[in-house]
Design a protein around this ligand. Sequence first.
Ligand SMILES: [Zn+2]
Ligand SMILES: [Zn+2]
Length: 326
Amino acid sequence: MQYKCKNCGGNVLFDPDSQKMVCAQCSSENSQDIISGNLESCPNCGAPLEITDKTTSSKCNYCGSYLIFDNHLQNDFLPNLVLPFKISKNKVRDLINENFGKRIFVPDNFLNYKSLEKIEGVYVPFYLYDYLSHCTLEAVGIKDRSWRQGDYIVTEHRHYQISRDLDIPFHKVPVDGSKVLDDAKMSLVEPYDYDQLLSFDTQFLSGFFSDQADFEKGDLETLAQEKARDFAKIILNRSVSGYTRIVKNREEIDCANIDSYYALMPMWIYRYSFMEKEYDIFINGQNGKIIGEIPIDKKKVFIYFSLFFIVLALIIGLGLSLAGAL
Ligand SMILES: [Zn+2]
Ligand SMILES: [Zn+2]
């Protein structure tokens, strides 16, 4: 399917600045008509589409129209929630310029408009899990105290019986459901503010790329449960303080999975090729946090240091000839 403008036939896209559907051609707001149907070729220009059976939204390589494959957004792969893009492509360009503009060794065209035009927004599928954890702790807390009494040092050990029985809820424990980014890098792009999640609507996909999750909800539940269990353990242990030592007799944490959601998180990707190597810069589409490796132009480094040594040699040469003249 595709969102087309009633007024001019242009592609209507979700605009992160206004949080509305806006026509890319005439800037009309909420002027979209839905052109439905399972797409095998671009409805705008007829070009064949490079998609897989996991593609849920993409762009025509020829005319640049954004398309949504709602036949791939069904059953387990119909998202419950979405975090719409808050940062626009223009803002991403500014952020990249601010971050990397002063790096003198980046290749010349790394920051030019044409290269930055390649930035695309991608929704990363996540699974979010709710848990209710029941935590119990039976322990003995010992407080030690010493003081001098005549020729003796008296030591007192006071024993306290500790008993904790806590119910701790955890809402929306996130696990990345895609292979777009490895988990270590994804955790650098995070966190997202999950309070801003909205009910899913295909409109949010118009203008962005997305694929179905590479994992199923059940595959990642153990990972989420481990996270919830670790948090619960920290909270439980923090509830006991002020003792010199604690001897634990029994510590139990049960985590019951109450609910789970399939959700999409916004991320911008700037993919740049230099000297046959791909460099990916990832930008959190909600808060603008940037991570990634940037290319270094070795020719620029060489020229810079060559100039530096020429100038240095000239200064030393001048110093020597001045010393000789005196
Ligand atoms: Zn229009
Ligand atoms: Zn097309």
